[in-house]
Ligand binder design. Structure first.
Ligand SMILES: Nc1ncnc2c1ncn2[C@@H]1O[C@H](COP(=O)(O)OP(=O)(O)OP(=O)(O)O)[C@@H](O)[C@H]1O
Ligand SMILES: [Mg+2]
Length: 294
């Protein structure tokens, strides 16, 4: 029987800035089990980072309860939340978050700085787990972006937390590095038994996980569980790819009007449009590979 690791019950999050209220999450219920590898996909502003921050105790819900590893987060004081985070969650962000003047080894060690058991050998061990044994003495500018993100994953693993939360970990990477970084997240999920929750915009990245959640306007709209039943999985995945293509097409249309209104320069317009059209091509190829005629 699978053991629940994260239980989100009836959680809403309302942000207030001045008179404005934004409902970032709307009565979300969610159960994530030990050793799951989950992707969260959805449009910009859907509430993906918000749910990750709440699960990681970086922020508190407006209502509802969140239990992580058996602890109801609402019962903890701020000090207790800080130790909870240190023991239970490792974070990986889009922009690597490394200290430029420190080597890979020092960057990982520093994330354990307040731990009495800090040891360089532990830092070295986690760097080895992400395939960087030979790069421990390199500073961030002496590493590729993919390698920098792997140092960030090693830092997230340093305290040996059961849960790893990654917010668009491949957002800044080219396709090849993105695929390597996701393979390592997959590896730490399968080999180290970590529960991994990854936010991504890219359905082909999300596909590596066992379960894909699609959030829209603060509501979980689809929850695709990989059952090993290839046919039903393909149908759901196809829908996700199609949804992503539509999202990008809306963004492209928005670019047209931004350019016409003089909000963006011609150069910026061409650059962004080319990138977005390339993404649509890749996604259409993906559909084609799956035998979908569109
Ligand atoms: N600190 C904040 N104050 C006010 N509003 C916020 C705050 N953080 C997020 N929001 C709003 O809450 C909603 C959800 O934001 P969130 O960051 O979770 O989106 P996201 O799905 O991660 O988007 P993206 O893909 O662009 O990162 C958005 O409308 C956003 O503008
Ligand atoms: Mg976000």
């Amino acid at each position: 029987m699978k053991k629940p690791m994260i239980q989100v019950e009836n959680v809403s999050k309302i942000y207030r800035s001045g008179k404005l209220k934004v409902k970032a999450l709307d009565e979300v219920d969610l159960e994530i089990f030990q050793k799951d590898f989950i992707s969260i996909v959805g449009t910009s502003g859907a509430g993906k980072s918000t749910i990750l921050h709440l699960i990681g105790a970086l922020d508190k819900p407006t209502s509802g309860t969140i239990k992580v590893n058996g602890t109801d987060l609402s019962t903890l004081s701020d000090d207790e939340l800080a130790s909870f985070r240190k023991e239970n969650v490792g974070f990986v962000f889009q922009f690597f978050n490394l200290i430029p003047t420190l080597t890979a080894l020092e960057n990982v060690a520093v994330s354990k700085m307040f731990d009495d058991n800090l040891s360089m050998s532990k830092a070295e061990e986690v760097l080895r787990k992400v395939g960087l044994a030979k790069k421990v003495d390199h500073k961030p500018n002496e590493l590729s972006e993919g390698e920098q993100q792997r140092v960030a994953i090693a830092s997230a693993l340093a305290n040996d937390p059961p849960v790893i939360l990654a917010d668009e970990p491949t957002g800044e990477l080219d396709t090849e590095n993105a695929s390597i970084v996701v393979q390592y997240l997959h590896k730490i999920n399968k080999e180290l038994g970590k529960t991994v929750i990854m936010v991504t915009h890219d359905p082909s990245i999300a596909r590596v996980s066992d379960r894909i959640l699609r959030i829209h306007d603060g509501v979980v709209q689809a929850d695709v569980i990989s059952t090993g039943d290839q046919d039903s999985r393909t149908v759901d995945y196809t829908e996700l790819v199609r949804a992503r293509i539509s999202e990008i097409e809306v963004t492209i249309a928005g670019l047209d009007s931004q350019f016409k209104q003089g909000i963006i320069t011609g150069e910026e317009y061409v650059k962004q449009q080319t990138n977005l059209k390339n993404s649509v091509d890749v996604l259409r190829e993906e559909l084609h590979r799956m035998g979908v005629v569109n």
